[in-house]
Design a protein around this ligand. Structure first.
Ligand code: SF4
Length: 372
């Protein structure tokens, strides 16, 4: 569990044009010492997990932690650090911007038990970074990641899509540059127009046009598969859904279940690739797909069933007309194999007839054969 302590836009030299952390988090300024203990206790008491030695982290989110004055950083870290090692809290975590990471700050983070730093890369395209008034270039991200990794601190990178001047190609090349840095995980956020952000004015004047959800989902599916090829997990797609997010968002590709849609889209392409491979094999062995046609199922990990049956069986409905196979439902598999790191599915999927597996198409085969 992550226990968030918000410090909206604190430590930031300027405001990036899409940002309105106060609107998103409902917080203002720095957390007070009492708030820190109170928030941590509240989260620990509400924790329903079974493992008493759970992997909790206390996270300073919503600003540029390492951009705060040295004394403020020391103060906040010294208030949170005594919790490390108690009640399942493994370490501290924080988010920051790449141009506020240097050798001195990294040494301080290390000394206070900071286990994970989330670095806001947002884009690796120089022009896009200029367009959003980011105030640093891609080299700052490269350097920040290297410094943190050298000290054994886990690194997560934040990327955005649909920023002003962005395209699908620049988003994908930004992702590839981030993957080359071998982060431990990514968060990928489509750009939304948030109330009170500088982007709101550009959007209202027609200078900025939001991306559609469909275009965004197509891109995120490709990004998910690129991450899977490199074995890097994406721990969040889009902003945390919730009342504050809904109230803050004026326009853009918002969905409260964006992550589920990305997983469903990845699963859809998995099934398409599996059917194509099955049909090829059937041709090779002179089998007619009609041999199996009236009782085809997907045999999949139980955790993935909602991807097939959810949203009014979207996945199966979209298979009709594309495939000659009639796949009528998904059934849970007890032998789906290991989870492929980075792929947002829970094991191998197979085609079944009469409830019995007839063709396994592994996640490895899917990922190895996938091309943009
Ligand atoms: S650095 Fe992060 S928190 Fe600060 S203004 Fe930019 S996006 Fe917002």
């Amino acid at each position: 569990m992550i226990i968030p302590l918000f410090l909206p836009q604190q430590g930031c030299p300027d405001r990036c044009i899409y940002c309105n952390q106060e609107g998103l988090t409902g917080a203002k300024g720095l957390p007070r010492p009492d708030d820190i203990d109170e928030t941590i206790n509240k989260y620990l008491e509400s924790y329903k997990g079974e493992d008493p030695q759970a992997d909790h982290e206390i996270a300073f989110y919503g600003g540029s932690f390492t951009g705060l004055p040295d004394g403020v950083q020391e103060k906040l870290l010294s208030l949170a650090h005594p919790w490390v090692g108690r009640r399942g809290i493994r370490g501290l975590r924080l988010s920051t911007r790449p141009d506020r990471v240097n050798g001195k700050t990294v040494a301080r983070l290390k000394a206070y038990g900071v286990a994970t730093v989330e670095v806001g890369a947002q884009s690796m395209n120089t022009q896009v970074l200029e367009n959003i008034d980011r105030g640093h270039g891609p080299a700052a991200t490269v350097q920040a990641v290297q410094l943190l990794k050298q000290e054994g601190i886990k690194v997560g990178l934040h990327l955005m899509t649909g920023l002003p001047g962005d395209s699908e190609a620049t988003s994908l090349s930004s992702l590839l540059e981030c993957l080359w840095l071998k982060p431990d995980f990514l968060r990928i956020h489509p750009t939304l127009v948030l109330k009170g952000s500088p982007l709101e004015q550009r959007w209202r004047s027609g200078e900025y046009a939001v991306w559609s959800l469909g275009k965004t989902l197509r891109l995120l599916t490709q990004m998910a598969l690129l991450c899977a090829q490199q074995g890097v997990p994406v721990i969040r797609w889009g902003l945390m859904p919730g009342e504050l997010c809904v109230n803050s968002c004026l326009a853009g590709p918002y969905s409260p279940s964006l992550g589920e849609w990305v997983r469903r889209s990845v699963a859809f392409h998995y099934v398409l690739a599996m059917v194509a491979a099955f049909e090829k094999e059937s041709r090779n062995f002179c089998l007619k797909s009609e041999t199996f046609d009236d009782a085809m199922q997907l045999l999949i990990p139980p955790q993935d069933l909602s991807l097939v049956h959810g949203h009014k069986r979207w996945l199966l409905r979209h298979m009709y007309g594309i495939s000659s196979l009639k796949i009528c439902q998904a059934i849970p598999s007890t032998a789906a194999g290991p989870v492929k790191p980075g792929l947002p599915l829970h094991g191998n999927w197979a085609l079944a007839s009469g409830g019995k597996s007839i063709f396994i198409f592994t996640q490895e085969e899917y990922i190895a054969n996938w091309r943009i």
